[in-house]
Write a protein that binds this ligand. Structure first.
Ligand code: UDP
Length: 343
């Protein structure tokens, strides 16, 4: 049997849905999704269909349910690779409910790896995060940098996930890549798909666009006294479609057997550190909207600055970001307006 199907877990989520779009538009793989709709909705798949003219079947099961998971593989014996996004991802929520995060993020990965082994799935891409680096002293961060203590249960689940994968491949034919995301932002350039979580957002970009739309009276820049060029925190913002494309490139890199290691790790960032105030300024410039903000207290758990060393992903995967900071801002704003129209 020709195996030509990719399983995307978390296909109704933010990066998952943008990856579905790129898989459907750029590759000939058949695609299915598993998403329990905990923090997402099936509406996202309608948006994916509007952009691609293709439909994706979602199995609304929980990856912690090994029996239900086995049924999906029974129904789809042609799965060749897995892109595993499905996870909880809020740092403050993970501090408040650590066991929820350990169960959800770790048990789901364990179940998925067990079925990967049982069904001889050879290619596996894992969503990791730059939060695995912890508080780093060296910038930009390179994949070889020793990891510091995780600052939250969320970050620890990603460190554990990477360790599980490393141990797994030591005795398995499966080839694995973990992708460490920096700060994914923006929405599909059409403005028709973007982040649409059930929970209120805490990330900078949705806060900016909600403030611009008048859904919030004002916003706070968390900290103006960091040792950075303007006192606000530095992050590496990267467009969600660039991140999505990296998954397809990484998967194909494994399928084409270009990898020299069974388990490898790549950063996904632009390499440009942007301060919060610079992000606000970029948004104001491209939209012509003046944001109502104040510079306030630091937020607990924030590192002062982190941005990516892009050498490895560029040299080995050949992945380069294509979407500028201005276009990240514009697409995020388009998407905010689209969400208002839809409601
Ligand atoms: N931030 C901010 N105001 C907000 C939300 C975020 O100043 O209302 C800052 C935050 O302190 C951090 C940066 O924006 O320095 C990015 O935060 P985000 O939560 O988007 O991502 P993180 O880097 O924490 O994963």
């Amino acid at each position: 049997m020709l195996k030509n199907k990719i399983l995307v877990t978390g296909g109704c989520g933010y990066i998952g849905s943008h990856t579905l779009i790129e898989l459907l538009l750029r590759t000939s793989y058949n695609v299915i999704s598993i998403d329990n709709l905990h923090n997402s909705s099936l509406k996202t798949l309608e948006r994916v269909a509007a952009i691609t003219n293709k439909t994706v079947k979602n199995y609304a099961i929980d990856l912690c349910d090994a029996t239900a998971l086995a049924q999906v593989f029974d129904e789809n014996p042609d799965i060749v690779g897995i892109i595993h996004f499905a996870a909880l991802k809020s740092v403050p929520e993970s501090v408040a409910q650590p066991l929820l995060y350990y169960r959800n993020n770790v048990v789901s990965l364990l179940n998925l790896l067990e079925i990967t082994q049982q069904r001889n799935i050879n290619y596996f891409i894992f969503s990791s995060s730059c939060s695995v680096y912890g508080n780093v002293a060296t910038l930009p961060v390179h994949e070889n940098l020793p990891l510091q203590k995780a600052e939250s249960p969320y970050a620890y689940t990603k460190q554990v996930g990477e360790e599980m994968l490393k141990d797994f491949v030591a005795n398995s034919p499966t080839q694995v890549i973990a992708l460490r995301y920096f700060n994914p932002v923006g929405a599909h350039v059409s403005g028709l798909n973007g982040e649409d979580p059930r929970n209120p957002p805490t990330n900078l970009l949705p806060i900016i666009t909600q403030t611009a739309a008048g859904l919030r009276k004002s916003m706070t820049v968390f900290g103006g006294d960091y040792a950075t060029r303007d006192g606000s925190c530095v992050r590496d913002y990267v467009h969600v479609s660039d991140i999505a494309n990296a998954h397809i490139i990484a998967l194909q890199y494994l399928i084409d057997q270009k990898n020299t290691k069974n388990f490898d790790i790549f950063n996904l960032g632009t390499g440009n550190g942007i301060t919060v105030l610079e992000a606000i300024e970029a948004f104001e410039k491209v939209t012509g909207i003046t944001l109502n903000y104040i510079v306030g207290e630091r937020r607990g758990g924030d590192v002062a600055a982190i941005y990516s060393d892009t050498t490895k992903s560029s040299n080995l995967l050949g992945w380069k970001t294509e979407i500028s900071l201005d276009d990240m801002m514009l697409s995020a704003w388009k998407w905010q307006q689209q969400m208002i129209k839809e409601r």
